[in-house]
Design a protein around this ligand. Sequence first.
Ligand code: GLY
Length: 331
Amino acid sequence: MKSFFIGLIVSLVGMQLVAQEREYVIVVHGGAGAMAGLENDQEKAAQYYAALDSALTIGDAILSKGGEGPQAVMAVINYFESNPLFNAGVGATCTIDGTFELDAAIMEGKDLSAGAVAGVKFIKHPIDAAYAVKTQTEHVMLAGEGADLFAKAKGLDTVEDNQYFATPKTMKWVEQLKKESKKNGTVGCVVLDKQGNLTAGTSTGGRFKKQWGRVGDAPIIGAGTYADNEGCAVSCTGHGEYYIRHVVAYNLSTRVKMLHQPIEKAADEIIFGELNSEAGNGGLIAVDKKGNIAMPFNSGGMHRGYLYKEKGKSTVTKAVGIGKTMKVLQK
Ligand code: GLY
């Protein structure tokens, strides 16, 4: 009788695990900051919801067909880098001099292979250059002129004029350069693909009014970007200097891997404990090998979205958010 009940409990727990098993997952962010009020501006909010939805749909089209994580992460980040709403590629924030210096990184959890570029001025899609560093060099990061020349030599899309990345919005910021302002923002994507592998990618124009030559957390492996199949895939957004000091992305992956902390608890401890809205304003997105996700932020808001497909189901679940609440688009 006793063994019958133990067997029943084991099979019920097993059933629950199977029911929750996720075939693939994609999580995106489009930056964190003081954007809580944005939810109430219906027209503006609709633009962000639509853009986040498009990003998830782009990733879904690749992952649903069995495409690998890096392919999905690059396609999603290419989309964000082309969309002036976000602080990456066109629409990036500028330096104190009104110029644009872009950072990006990508990392695969199956072999810890990684590539990054920092402070690039002429590469249309810094995430493509980061991937080229990962796959076509023996290095992890290229910076500045060397990275720009590398991208050109590899035939990636480059621009002649650094002001290509400017938009009317960023030009307004240039005019306001002397005023105090706190602007965060970055784009990122983390993925669990059908093969069970994790990938993380991040791209950014960095921090508004940054000193030229400044490098943020996004391209620093372990700070703003990290992936380890045994831990999790992480992409951060926020005040980069704090994310570097707290090695946030590696910190989270290692808590999951070594301490076996649930990903949400571990992410909350870092974002609300080690960091806070004053020292380390921002957030992160993360996914582990079981498809569990975390998306905490200690700022007013964070553009974010997730999409996942459970094993045995034909539909996907999809939701996007800006402020505290998520808007479910598909269930
Ligand atoms: N998190 C982006 C940056 O600080 O550059």
